[in-house]
Design a protein around this ligand. Structure first.
Ligand SMILES: Cc1cc2nc3c(=O)[nH]c(=O)nc-3n(C[C@H](O)[C@H](O)[C@H](O)COP(=O)(O)OP(=O)(O)OC[C@H]3O[C@@H](n4cnc5c(N)ncnc54)[C@H](O)[C@@H]3O)c2cc1C
Length: 419
C-alpha cells in the first residue's frame, strides 16, 4: 500500500492530524494498534471550556461539565471554589478518539485498526513502515512522510538520546491509575459538578488523587505520582484503595460497581528541546513531550501539535509536487527545498505551547517530587490558604493557564521551594 502520509497512533494528536490532512485532500492512512477505540480509554480527560471551543469538539464527546473545584487535604482540610458558570468539561476519551477518527474517515482517510507499527526505514525520499496485524501477518506501507503519534511510547522516534549536557533531554515520568465506577445517584450528585483533587502526603505521596464526574451516575477516581527511583513508593493500587476508603462510606463502596480499570504513563522532557524529527519521520503529541506534568494534562497540547504541524506538512507536500513538475518542465527555476517548511516546526510548537508551559514542567517536578514529608505538606497548606480568596475562575487560570505570575509573590516562591 502507498500513501502520501502515514500516521501511526489514533490518540488525540494522530487522529486530529489525520482529520486535518484528509480535510485538505491529502492521501493519508492512519494505523492504530487498538482493534477497538473503545478500549484502553486511559485518560481522565478533564479540559478547560475554552479548549472545547478552540478545537471545535462536539457535545457528543463531553461526559460532564464542571463549575467548581474541591481541594481535599493536606490531612482533613477541605476547600471549595464555586462558579455560577461552566468552567470546563470531562471528556469521554474513547468518544473523543472515535469522533476524530470518524471525521477523518468521512474526509477520505484510510483507517487501519488492530495494526501495530514495528519499525521503519527511509529509502531515498520514501519511508517503508512495517506493520503487524493482530493475527501476526506483516506488511509494508510506503509513504512520503511518516508521523509518530504513538504518545509517550515514542514507538518510532524513540526516546531522546542523552546529550553532552547532563539531564538536557531527561524524561520525567508520572504514572496514573484510574477506575471508572458507577455509584448510587445521591453519591454521584456530591461530585457531579466539580473537579476534586486530594493533595498531601496522607492522600498520595509525590502525587495526587482525584474524583471527576462522568455521565450520571459515573465517576472517574484515580491517583498518580511522579516516579522517583530514589524512594520506595507503595503500589498505586493500594494508594487508590486507601483513597476510596477515605472518600466513600462503606455503604457507598458496597454499592459501587467498577466498570473499567485503566492507567498509563505520562513522560515529558522538561525543556522540550529533543529532536522532533528524523529524516522523513516527524513526531507529534506526547511523543515530543507535549503532556504537561503539573496537572497530568496533555489532550489539548497534543491537539495543538497537530494544528501546528498540519499547515507545514501541507506546504511541504505542495512544494514537493511543484518541484516534481519543475523537474519535468525543462529550463524552469531550481526547485525549493520541500523539507524547508518543516524546519520551523519545533520552534512554532514551542511558541504555541507558550513560555508558561515550560515553567510549569519545572514546577511540576519540584512540586510533586518534593511532596513527601510534613514540611512539604505545610508549604502546600500555605499555598492553598493564600488561594482561598481567589475565584474558581482564577484557580482555572492557574492550573490550566499556568498563570503563576498573577500570584507572583505568593505562588512562585512556594512552587520554587523558597518557602
Ligand atoms: C492516567 C492518565 C490521566 C490523564 N488525564 C488527563 C486529563 O485529565 N486531561 C488531559 O488533557 N490529559 C490527561 N492525560 C494525558 C493525555 O491523555 C495525553 O497527553 C494524550 O492522550 C496524548 O495524546 P497523544 O495522541 O499524543 O497520545 P496517546 O493518546 O497516548 O495516543 C497514542 C496512540 O498510539 C497508539 N500506539 C502506540 N504504539 C503504537 C504502535 N507501535 N503502532 C500503532 N499504534 C500505536 C496507542 O494505542 C494510542 O492509541 C492523562 C494521562 C494518563 C496516563
Amino acid at each position: 500500500m502507498r500513501c502520501s502520509v502515514l500516521v501511526v497512533g489514533a490518540g488525540p494528536a494522530g487522529a486530529e492530524l489525520t482529520r486535518l490532512l484528509a480535510l485538505a485532500g491529502v492521501d493519508v492512512v492512519l494505523v492504530e494498534r487498538l482493534p477497538d477505540l473503545k478500549r484502553a480509554a486511559f485518560s481522565s480527560a478533564a479540559l478547560p471550556l475554552e479548549a472545547l471551543d478552540r478545537f471545535g469538539l462536539p457535545k457528543s464527546v463531553v461526559a460532564a461539565r464542571w463549575t467548581g473545584w474541591d481541594l481535599l487535604g493536606p490531612g482533613d482540610q477541605h476547600r471549595r471554589w464555586d462558579s455560577a458558570t461552566t468552567q470546563g468539561v470531562v471528556l469521554d476519551f474513547a468518544a473523543l478518539r472515535r469522533w476524530l477518527v470518524a471525521e477523518a474517515e468521512a474526509w477520505g482517510a484510510r483507517v487501519l485498526l488492530g495494526q501495530r507499527a514495528l519499525g521503519w526505514e527511509q529509502r531515498g525520499a520514501a519511508v517503508h513502515t512495517t506493520i503487524q496485524a493482530i493475527d501476526g501477518r506483516r506488511r509494508c506501507l510506503v509513504s512520503d512522510w511518516l508521523i509518530d503519534a504513538t504518545g509517550q511510547q515514542r514507538a518510532l522516534l524513540g526516546d531522546p538520546a542523552p546529550t553532552m549536557r547532563p539531564g538536557a533531554h531527561e524524561l520525567v515520568s508520572g504514572v496514573g491509575l484510574e477506575w471508572l465506577v458507577s455509584v448510587p445517584q445521591d453519591c454521584w450528585q456530591r461530585w457531579s459538578d466539580r473537579l476534586a483533587f486530594a493533595l498531601g502526603i496522607d492522600w498520595v505521596s509525590q502525587g495526587y488523587g482525584w474524583v471527576f464526574p462522568m455521565q450520571a451516575p459515573r465517576l472517574k477516581i484515580g491517583v498518580c505520582r511522579l516516579l522517583d527511583p530514589s524512594q520506595r513508593q507503595p503500589p498505586l493500587g493500594l494508594v487508590l484503595q486507601r483513597l476510596l476508603e477515605r472518600l466513600f462510606e462503606p455503604q457507598q463502596r458496597r454499592q459501587m460497581a467498577v466498570l473499567d480499570r485503566h492507567g498509563g504513563l505520562i513522560r515529558s522532557t522538561i525543556h522540550r528541546r529533543e529532536p522532533h524529527r528524523r529524516g522523513r519521520l516527524i513526531a507529534i503529541g506526547d511523543a515530543v513531550s507535549t503532556a504537561n506534568l503539573l496537572g497530568g494534562e496533555g489532550i489539548r497540547h497534543a491537539l495543538t501539535s497537530s494544528r501546528v504541524l498540519a499547515p507545514l506538512l501541507l506546504d511541504a507536500l505542495a512544494q514537493a509536487s511543484t518541484s516534481q513538475a519543475g523537474r519535468r518542465a525543462a529550463g524552469s527555476s531550481p526547485p525549493r527545498d520541500p523539507d524547508g517548511p518543516l524546519k520551523a516546526y519545533p520552534a512554532l510548537l514551542r511558541r504555541a505551547l507558550g513560555w508558561r508551559w515550560s515553567i510549569s514542567g519545572r514546577l511540576a517536578r519540584r512540586t510533586w517530587l518534593d511532596l513527601r514529608d510534613r514540611r512539604a505538606d505545610a508549604r502546600l497548606e500555605r499555598l492553598l490558604t493564600s488561594l482561598e480568596q481567589q475565584r474558581a475562575e482564577d484557580l482555572g487560570a492557574l492550573l490550566f493557564g499556568y498563570r503563576f505570575e498573577r500570584y507572583g509573590a505568593r505562588t512562585l516562591p512556594y512552587l520554587l521551594g523558597w518557602r
